[in-house]
Design a protein around this ligand. Structure first.
Ligand code: ZN
Length: 134
């Protein structure tokens, strides 16, 4: 059986669902997934939809709790993500400083963005713009 690879964040979501299921014998809700990964419920729903589409999770239509693990894979068995999230460079247009964030999780990325903006809040032109590093 060959499964489509997951993005880094989908992998985080799959691992959380799998480990939660192993510990509790039922699957987490969308809200629990969102809270665990530090993402919005909307983003969690998108990750779940992709995990269902790619065959990692099953889901009954019209049932929020009707989800199941379609495959049980260890971390080693999970396919490598084809392209990990690219690093993002933040530049302060006030002082010209820049720092590169390596957003391995959405929560870590938001923390980085917030810290950068706070650090440069008093710069002459305090507009901090993130740009993807290619
Ligand atoms: Zn600055």
């Amino acid at each position: 059986m060959r499964l489509e690879a997951l993005t880094a964040r989908q992998t985080d979501a799959y691992r959380f669902v799998r480990d939660f299921a192993a510990a509790n014998r039922y699957l987490p809700t969308q809200r629990q997934i969102a809270e665990a990964l530090g993402i919005s419920p909307t983003t969690a729903r998108e990750h779940i939809a992709e995990l269902v589409r790619k065959g990692y999770l099953g889901q009954h239509h019209h049932e929020t709790r009707g989800m199941w693990l379609a495959v049980e894979l260890t971390d080693e068995e999970l396919p490598e993500p084809p392209d990990p999230a690219p690093p993002v460079e933040f530049t302060c247009r006030g002082c010209g400083a820049h720092e590169t964030a390596d957003p391995q999780s959405v929560a870590a990325f938001h923390r980085f963005a917030k810290a950068f903006q706070e650090k440069h809040a008093r710069c002459p032109r305090p507009i901090c713009a993130p740009a993807e590093v290619k």
